[in-house]
Each structure stands twice: as C-alpha cells, then as structure tokens.
Design a protein around this ligand. Structure first.
Ligand code: 13P
Length: 255
C-alpha cells in the first residue's frame, strides 16, 4: 500500500446534506476505484461516515474521519472515540488539522490523539504547518517543535500507521495568502524528512509518508506530488468537486 500515492479529500463541514455527500462520494469512487497507483481516502463529517461506508466497493477508495477523541470512554459529550470509528470500519483519521488547532487544540492534545488512535489500529494523518513564513526561517523551528511534540511518546511499533501532512496555514482555503510554490514544498519535505529521521532513526524515519495540503488543484497537483516527491496530497475544496478531484487523482496515479 505504501508505494501507492495517498490522496485524502478533507471535506471539512461539507457537503450540506447526506444526499449530496452520497452523490459526491459515488462520483469520486467511480474514478478512484479504477486507479491502481493511488489510495483515495475521503475524510467526511462524522454524521455521514456510516452511510458512506456502505458505498465503498473496495480498498482503493475509502472513507476516513476528520478527528478523534483521545478519551476512550466515560462522559465526553460530543466526542467520538477511536473504538467507535473502528466499529463502523473506518481506518483513517486526520488529527491536528490547523482548523482544530485554531480552536485551541494543542500539540499535547494532538499527541494524545495520535497515540489513542494508533493503539486502536487506525492510520493517523497528523497535520502540521506554520501560520506564517518569515525571512529568517523561524518557521522551520516552529514546524520542528510541532512535529516533535505532536508525535511525542509514540511507541515506534505504531510508526507504520503514521502519515505526516504538511499544511502551511497561509496556503489553506479561500483566505490563503498565496499558493505554496513547489520550492516551498520541496524545502519542507526535505526538512520534515530530516526531523523524522532524527526522531525515529534512518529506517523508520524515512518510511513515514509525508503529504502536502493547501490549495491543491488540478494545475498545481502534478508539481507537488511528482516534482516535490510527496507521497500524497491532502485536498480541501477541490475534493468536493468530482471533476477537479478526478484530474488530481489521475495526475497522482501517473496516467
Ligand atoms: P484547501 O485545499 O481548501 O486549501 O484546504 C486544505 C486543507 O485544509 C486540507 O486539509
């Protein structure tokens, strides 16, 4: 599975209703299920997961979650545990997205979520990304700290379930300052690889997949994924437009 590109659609708080969610998933699935070199994961809102799971037709296009609690039981109104996700067959979960961090989620929370989800056998997509870029390169220190703290205390035996997604906050969403250039992304891929190797050693640190996310579209996807040697992409808005997402998936597939 790991030599495949991993393309994750983060639907955030969309589509507006289950009917549109099903239709969009089915459209994407019809394309994604034909692609041999790509695994597609649609990270949908919790309320849609069970229904969308029923529409899966194989492993090439699956449903994932956008968050998970680090608690396992007891009273936590509004939270969803890793066991609950597993019980409906969800295997992938995003953790530490910048939009959750903006609501107060700390690196420590992220680390607890990563460990809780990995222990239950989930594949965890851990998001990191600086808020701003500065001329002095302070952002690299920020990212290093974020990675080290977000993956703190994770037992090495779970590293095979970890994916890191680099999502610079300044390049995300309709309010993005600008698109990240391939040079921005390549620089950070090299840097992240060094941080991961320093943390986990040559072999294990080199094996953690690194994805890019932030205003990915059909025009820039090829450069990010092939030019920057990213193992995949985390796609927001464009993953809700099947025709655009199809182009991204096809480019990632290499056909
Ligand atoms: P956009 O692709 O809409 O910029 O969102 C990126 C993102 O946050 C994916 O997780």
């Amino acid at each position: 599975m790991r030599d495949k590109k991993i393309i994750i659609g983060n639907w955030k708080m969309a589509p507006k209703n289950i009917r549109d969610a099903k239709a969009t998933f089915q459209n994407i699935r019809s394309i994604a299920s034909k692609l041999q070199n790509v695994q597609t994961v649609i990270a949908a809102p919790y309320v849609y997961l069970s229904e969308l799971k029923k529409l899966e037709t194989g492993h090439r296009c699956v449903v994932g979650a956008q968050d998970v609690s680090f608690e396992s039981d007891d009273p936590h109104t509004g939270e969803v545990s890793a066991d609950m996700l597993k019980s409906i067959g969800v295997q992938h979960v995003i953790v530490g997205h910048s939009e959750r961090r903006a609501k107060g989620e700390t690196n420590e929370d992220v680390s607890k979520k990563v460990i809780a989800a990995a222990k239950k056998g989930l594949i965890v997509v851990v998001c990191v990304g600086e808020l701003e870029r500065d001329e002095e390169g302070e952002y690299t220190l920020y990212i290093k700290e974020q990675v080290m703290q977000s993956l703190a205390d994770i037992p090495k035996k779970y590293l095979g379930q970890i994916i890191v997604a680099y999502e610079p906050v300044w390049a995300i969403g309709v309010k993005a300052k600008r698109e990240a250039t391939p040079e921005d992304v390549l620089e950070m891929r090299i840097f992240l690889r060094k941080v991961l190797i320093d943390m986990f050693g040559d072999r294990k640190g080199a094996a953690v997949p690194v994805l890019y996310g932030g205003s990915v579209n059909q025009k820039n996807a090829f450069a990010y994924i092939h030019g920057c040697e990213m193992q995949g992409l985390l796609v927001g808005r464009a993953s809700l437009k099947p025709a655009v997402f199809e182009k991204i998936l096809t480019l990632a597939n290499g056909s």
